[in-house]
Design a protein around this ligand. Structure first.
Ligand code: ADP
Ligand code: MG
Length: 372
């Protein structure tokens, strides 16, 4: 029996920057997906998700087109197999596999990338493909684009495959360069879910993307063709030229440009375990998402307030917004007290949603588990 583990992720800072060629800082968390698999003599894949109590199967000798597959988790697995086979020109080994996970599905912690990463690592080992983790991340992204129909960037797959224990993963979405940034060892990562589903997220997300595009066009007229994305505008240029851009594109751009600068400053703050600067940057990120980007909501604002009231080093909303979770950094020694106080504060103000809290460690990228 083979066993693989693949982590979910949470983004420490750098929100709504990924589709603007900007910077992000995800960390792989100790909420993981596991796959237990036995090779078969043929090319059939028989899958069971313990998480969903659902079964699915497909044949590696004739992987169906995305349109011919039922919706659901089989798409992610078939997609990974398809991408691996296309890239290597080989037919993979059939498996019987059981999927288990401590990750909540669809909560913005990237259970989809964890699922993809787990199967990519599994087949890489089983069929001696000898692909490195970076290549696996790119193939998992292809699976997500083509088979799940989600046009996301590489951040989630990179975080699930390229992270290192005790580190966050700085990721430049333009150059795809990565850098591992050590986290202070006495800080824990807390994911604080508001319990509010991210209802509006998709349509508002598309509007924000279009508004960023409008800002780039306006800035191009002022500054020239070398402005390809908001990434190319410095905070100094923003101060001079953004007043000439129309609302709401102006405020959207101000968020993205400021957020990119905050990610870079955050790296330094982390390296020096500078709690005061981390707090300032996380709160500034949240305020900018709330006021300039307008993707927060009352529940997310209350959760950030609850986390700070409970003694967090810093807290902010994470993910697309309009619900979902906050990320907080907390002194490890304080975490029990933190959880009690934050939950009390939130429940007293938001009685109609059920909050959830996960205390996580920063873990390494997807890998085979010891033999089971
Ligand atoms: P997120 O990645 O934020 O968790 P997505 O909507 O991108 O949300 O991915 C969630 C989907 O991934 C689920 O609906 C399911 O199809 C698939 N998935 C993830 N983990 C599992 C699992 N353990 N078992 C079955 N399917 C899973
Ligand atoms: Mg996902």
């Amino acid at each position: 029996m083979l066993c693989v583990r693949a982590p979910g992720r949470v983004n420490l800072i750098g929100e709504h920057t990924d589709y603007n060629d900007g910077y992000v800082l995800p960390v792989a968390i100790s909420l993981e997906t596991r796959v237990y698999a036995r090779p078969r003599e043929d090319t059939r894949c028989i899958l069971y998700s313990d998480t969903l109590d659902e079964q699915a199967e497909f044949d590696l000798g004739a992987i169906p087109e995305p349109a011919d597959l039922p919706s659901g988790f089989v798409r992610y697995v078939a997609g990974v197999a398809w991408a691996l086979q296309r890239y290597t020109g080989r037919t993979l080994t059939g498996i019987e596999a059981t999927i288990t996970s401590r990750l909540p599905l669809g909560a913005g912690l990237s259970s989809s990338a964890a699922l993809e990463a787990a199967f990519a690592v599994l087949w890489n080992r089983l069929d001696d493909l000898e692909l490195n983790q970076g290549m696996l991340a790119i193939l998992c992204l292809e699976a997500e684009h083509v088979y799940a129909g989600v046009q996301c960037g590489l951040m989630d797959q990179a975080a699930s495959l390229l992270s290192e224990v005790g580190h966050a993963l700085f990721f430049d979405t333009r150059t795809m360069a990565t850098q591992r940034i050590p986290l202070p060892s006495d800080w824990a990562i807390v994911v604080a879910d508001t319990g509010k589903p991210r209802a509006l997220a998709e349509s508002e997300y598309n509007t924000r993307r279009a508004q960023c595009g409008a800002a780039v066009q306006a800035l191009q007229k002022l500054l020239g063709e070398e402005v390809r994305a908001l990434r190319d505008i410095s905070p100094e240029q923003a101060a001079l030229y953004l007043p000439l851009v129309e609302e709401p594109a102006r405020r959207r751009a101000r968020h993205v440009i400021g957020e990119n600068a905050r990610v870079l400053e955050f790296l330094n703050a982390l390296r020096h375990a500078d709690a005061a600067r981390v707090r300032r940057l996380m709160l500034a990120s949240h305020a900018s998402l709330r006021d300039d980007y307008e993707v927060s909501c009352a529940e997310l604002d209350v959760m950030v307030e609850a986390c700070m009231h409970a003694g967090a080093i810093g807290a902010r909303m994470t993910g697309a917004g309009f619900g979902g979770a906050c990320i907080a950094l907390v002194e490890r020694a304080q975490r029990e007290r933190f959880l009690t106080l934050a939950e009390q504060h939130y429940r007293a103000r938001v009685p109609h949603y059920e909050p959830r809290f996960w205390v996580c460690e920063a873990v390494g990228g997807a890998s085979m588990c010891p033999e089971v």
